[in-house]
Design a protein around this ligand. Structure first.
Ligand code: SPV
Ligand code: MG
Length: 290
């Protein structure tokens, strides 16, 4: 079964599927080893790893190159975060086949204006394009894919923009009608109340997708019980874990005046060599170096 088929099946199976964020092939590999079902090719994480805001500062090419590197480092499906699609429906038509060719199994596209501002920042610029315009972008994405199993996920930022449930539902239904395979409903409320209200009211047929960063108390068991959600995305936990771990180790080395204290607590150099894929390279050496 191809990765696109596996992803499509998983999000419609009735059993909740999980995706962990990654900002490079190493973080993707760690997520795969931890047992997540898919990789979330997060724009927020890639921006953070370049120390720039998540506001279309990085080019589409930079994101695409990283998606290609991630997709070739893991065997599980990659869900690429294409932000607003890097322009209008014309741009989307050209971008989607490039993400497919890079090895992604899905794209998530959000209904904000280009250039976007990040969703979870207080007081960010959260302007949405017209519903009809975004329907055109979703239809363009669906038509541009070469593999019919490639998954197109429409993300509405109506709740993020403070436009209310009615607008969020109207947009989500319009995006389903335009050909979206799933709807990502995003919220930055610190309780799950507005997302739960949306899920309860959702009359559509396609599965919903959640990114519970702002309301972390909602567990996978809770989400599974809701019945309408096919995928949960952990949006930024790789970069936050990395920042926390690096900061703690760097501080200790400064405080202790050397690496003696931290050395035994860190993953060994041998472990990093394993993660680099050393075994594969040694196999090539043994077979072909003469
Ligand atoms: C990302 O991880 O880039 C996302 C999720 O789009 S969020 O940052 O919550 O908008
Ligand atoms: Mg993003």
């Amino acid at each position: 079964m191809s990765r696109t088929q596996a992803l499509r099946q998983a999000i419609t199976s009735g059993k909740l599927f999980t995706a962990m964020s990654a900002h490079n092939p190493l973080s993707a590999k760690l997520a795969e080893e931890a047992g997540f079902g898919a990789i979330w090719g997060s724009g927020f994480e890639l921006s953070a790893s370049h120390a720039v805001p998540d506001a279309n500062i990085l080019s589409a090419g930079t994101h695409l190159d990283m998606m290609r590197a991630i997709a070739s480092a893991v065997a599980i499906p990659l869900i690429a975060d294409i932000d607003t699609g890097f322009g209008n429906a014309v741009n989307v038509s050209y971008v989607v086949p490039q993400y497919e060719a890079a090895g992604a199994s899905a794209v998530v596209m959000e209904d904000k204006t280009f250039p976007k501002d990040t969703s979870l920042r207080a007081d960010g610029r959260q302007e949405l394009v017209r519903t009809e315009e975004f329907q055109g972008k979703i239809a363009a994405a669906a038509a541009a894919r070469r593999d019919k199993d490639f998954v197109v996920i429409a993300r509405t930022e109506a709740l993020i923009a403070g436009l209310g449930q009615a607008e969020a539902l109207q947009r989500a239904l319009a995006y389903e009608e335009a050909g979206a395979d799933a709807i990502l409903i995003h919220s930055k409320q610190t309780t799950p109340a507005e997302v739960l209200a949306f899920i309860e009211a959702w009359p559509g047929k396609v599965p919903l997708v959640l990114v519970p960063t702002a309301y972390p108390e909602l567990t996978e068991a809770d989400i599974q019980q809701l019945g309408k959600v096919g995928l949960v995305i952990y949006g930024n936990h790789a970069i936050r874990a990395a920042v926390g771990a690096m900061r703690a180790v760097f501080a200790r080395i400064r405080a202790e005046g050397g690496i003696r204290g931290v050395d035994k607590e860190l993953p060994t150099v041998k472990e990093i060599i394993r993660l680099q894929g050393d075994e594969h390279m040694r196999g090539i050496e043994a077979a072909y170096l003469r």
